[in-house]
Design a binder for this molecule. Structure first.
Ligand code: LLP
Length: 423
């Protein structure tokens, strides 16, 4: 395992330089500027196909919050993937990407009436009910088919901010409220098609899908007794983590989904229940490894204590994950990729905040002003969570394949941001 393995599938080192999709990092930086998020088409397609191969009969919808981009949604749609959306904005991105309502699942823990109506108008496959009072509101808005998001009370091993299925979670209904919601929805004429659970994100332990399916089969057995109802479909959310660092392996899509499939069949059969249809909502594991961020190195300096600082032309505003979740990344000096490292450096951004650190203590070949620094595995939850802190413009994104680069999101301009203030 080397740092290059953390980059997209098409990544190579050619004449000492990082190349992805047949294009050199320096060519991309020259033409499109930095910071720049570069997506590899080959990797995106490979991850979508891995889901399809592992669960050929499941509906896979992309957790679009990871990177709600029209071109990416369109590309994934070519591989049979639909969209999981959680706001009016994400729904609109999916619609403009040409995703039909029959491949859209709508989430949200606090949906507005406008969002409920938009979901009904788009005739989405399922609205996922997330609150007791949403059942009547959804019926009034014209929703025809729904799932209920149930909170199983399972605590998963991931950062606290991205755990979603513990008893105190803001998401979902308690098992008792879920049973009531199915009863009420049915009486209001909504087709109550099934149940949804999403345990959390960046999960690296196969114990998670095991607990989920085990709990779900038990709960469905209770539903059958109480309601004479069983879900025709179960949506087990997303959550599969990716490998961000060399020392943190992640299960493969095949392993994770293979486990889900096997347990769905076995755990439901153990309760004498028919096997329901399956929906999967991967976000990070579809797009995370496909993207990397390219920065230009500016100041390199030596503090009185600790490793030298290497400052890049972005930071917290294009990747808040280190500060939010203590996320760890690796880095490669993209234009001098084969030079031996001389010591450890800390990569920071240009924001007025001491916590604006992207990578701590990484061995690099003495970076210098003008070098290109590439951080892998930034395809998910970076640009989608980017901000304009310190009035920085948000970066552009590219899709690369076979020596061709396509701008799939242009760089924000300063005028666009300045135009928001009253003159
Ligand atoms: N389905 C639902 C209902 C979700 O809430 C999410 C993510 C997903 C699917 C996709 O999950 P994934 O496969 O990407 O783990 N900003 C955080 C991650 C937040 C995840 C929110 N929900 C981060 O940067 O780690």
């Amino acid at each position: 395992m080397s740092v290059l393995d953390l980059f997209p599938d098409s990544a190579r080192i050619e004449q000492g330089e990082l190349e992805v999709g047949g294009l050199r990092a320096s060519e991309l930086a020259r033409e499109f500027g930095t910071p720049l998020i570069v997506y590899c088409e080959q990797t995106l397609r490979a991850r979508a196909r891995a889901y399809r191969d592992a669960a050929p009969n499941a509906l896979v919808v992309f957790g679009s919050k990871a990177f709600p981009n029209r071109a990416v949604l369109r590309l994934l749609a070519e591989e049979g993937v639909g969209a999981d959306v959680s706001t009016l904005g994400e729904l609109e991105v999916a619609r403009r990407a040409g995703i039909g309502g029959e491949k859209i699942v709508v989430h949200g823990n606090n949906k507005s009436d406008e969002e409920l109506r938009a979901a009904a108008e788009a005739d989405v496959l399922y609205l996922v009910l997330d609150a007791p009072d949403e059942v009547e509101r959804a019926a009034a808005a014209g929703i025809k088919r729904a799932l209920v998001r149930v909170t199983p009370g399972i605590e998963v091993d991931t950062h606290e901010a991205i755990q979603t299925a513990h008893r105190g979670s803001k998401f979902g209904l308690t098992p008792e409220q879920t049973i009531e919601a199915v009863r009420l929805g049915t009486s209001l004429g909504i087709e109550m098609a099934g149940l949804h659970i999403h345990l959390g994100s960046q999960l690296l332990d196969l114990a998670a899908p095991r607990m989920l399916l085990d709990w779900l089969a038990g709960f469905v057995a209770v539903c059958r007794t109480e309601l004479a109802w069983a879900p025709a479909v179960v949506d087990v959310g997303g959550g599969l983590g990716i490998r961000y660092t060399e020392d943190e392996p992640a299960p493969s899509i095949a392993e994770w989904i293979g486990d889900v499939e096997a347990r769905l069949a076995r755990d439901f059969a153990a309760h004498g229940l028919p096997r329901p249809g399956l929906i999967l909502e991967p976000g990070r594991s579809l797009v995370g490894e496909a993207g990397f961020t390219l920065y230009t190195v500016g100041v390199v300096k030596e503090p009185a204590e600790g490793p030298p600082w290497v400052a890049v032309d972005g930071g917290y505003s294009d990747n808040p994950r280190p500060l939010f979740y203590g996320a760890r990344y690796e880095a490669l000096l993209a234009n001098r990729a084969t030079e031996p490292s001389d010591r450890s450096y800390t990569i920071c951004g240009k924001h007025c905040e001491a916590g604006d650190v992207l990578v701590r203590r990484i061995a690099l070949p003495h970076p210098q002003r003008g070098d290109l620094l590439a951080i892998p595995d930034t395809g998910a939850y970076t640009l989608s969570m980017a901000s304009n802190y310190n009035v920085l413009t948000r970066p552009a994104a590219l899709l690369v394949a076979d020596g061709q680069a396509r701008l799939i999101r242009r760089r924000e301009t300063l005028e666009e941001i300045l135009g928001l203030d009253a003159p």
